[in-house]
Design a protein around this ligand. Sequence first.
Ligand code: UD1
Ligand code: UDP
Length: 383
Amino acid sequence: MIKIVTIIGARPQIIKAAALSRAIKNKFSDKIKEVIVHTGQHYDENMSQVFFDELGIPTPDYNLGVGSGSHGTQTAKMIEGIENVLLMEKPDYLVVYGDTNSTLAGAIAASKIHIPIVHIEAGLRSFNKSMPEEINRICCDHCSTMLFSPTSTGYNNLIKEGFNPKNKKPFTADNPGIYHCGDVMYDNSLFFGQRAMSNEQWANCQKPIANSQYILCTIHRNNNTDEPKRLNAIVSALIKLSEEKDIIIPLHPRTKKLLNVNLDSETYDTFINNSRIHITEPVSFLEMIRLEKDADLVITDSGGVQKEAYFFKKPCVIMRSETEWKEIVEVGAAIIADADEEKIIEAYHHFKDNNSIEFPKIFGDGRAAEFICKELINNKTRS
Ligand code: UD1
Ligand code: UDP
């Protein structure tokens, strides 16, 4: 039996972790014991607990209750809490997802006490070091022992940074193993996509909009919420697009707190009082999947939502200057529009006029989590 400690903290990590926990429960419960640590980075009911209830993720064994704070304060508290847990639990591996401060804290805590790190969603790069996530993922990758990349781009990035694909097991921090294994989020979309809400459940929980044709939009990236110029440009574009279609926006708490701080007052009023712009609280994963499946178009700065748009064959306008998921842009399913009002509107019109988009398989076969479990077991038996 091997023991893993899984670190989660932010909404997308809780969702990603569901795939591995499900694989362990269904196929590897006699070989892998999972201890879950929630850092408490996200803590609102609709940013955290709702996913445990809905996705069948075991209740965390530890909740560090770290909460919000500056990068340094938040990450430092997490490192301290995670280190304590690791010293008590003495796991064979620490498993971290993605690129948040919870990921970085897990990687720092484990590497200093020589616990092998498994990084799921390794190798992704925006090549923009002003993003906190870029720093987090680079640091995490470079102290990891097993690196699971969802795409060939991610895998090749690792090779370019010096990881040797010919390394042999047993992998260690100085002899790391890299994999291109598909995306655990794709596993989840296939699994939960089939369970997406029935129409009845749907009508009960999500204010149904009269016109069923709508754009789904999410905004939370720190430069978009914190820089008034960018936030105003995004919101102005959405106001213009609402003349064409309804827009549903499940709003991240970060953005909610900054709307009236960073928007010009006239833009704020027009946005908030627009009958075709439906701003909601963050929704559950099954609600989100349903919203994605029924949307005509997705406009987002989220990493996860970009990919889910692709999984559900929806065109996507990316409100960033670059993306780690460059394949979806290369195949023509997504357009990078940055926080540029004109480009966002142009991208909408492009997709309105071109609806013959191809969505080739890029993110694996839906069994990435199973593959990861097998490799963890395999590596341990060789060491
Ligand atoms: C974090 C991740 C980001 C990820 C996102 C997913 C980092 C550096 N950023 O960004 O990569 O895409 O999560 O959603 O780790 N807040 C609440 N309630 C909550 C959580 C947050 O009100 O439950 C508010 C607080 O005002 C907080 C702000 O949102 O200060 C930002 O939260 P934080 O976790 O620091 O960063 P995110 O923007 O959520
Ligand atoms: N999501 C959700 N409810 C929402 C918004 C997003 O369940 O109201 C899900 C979404 O389906 C995806 C994940 O959260 O699986 C993406 O997280 P987020 O956009 O917060 O972060 P990112 O992926 O950019 O790190």
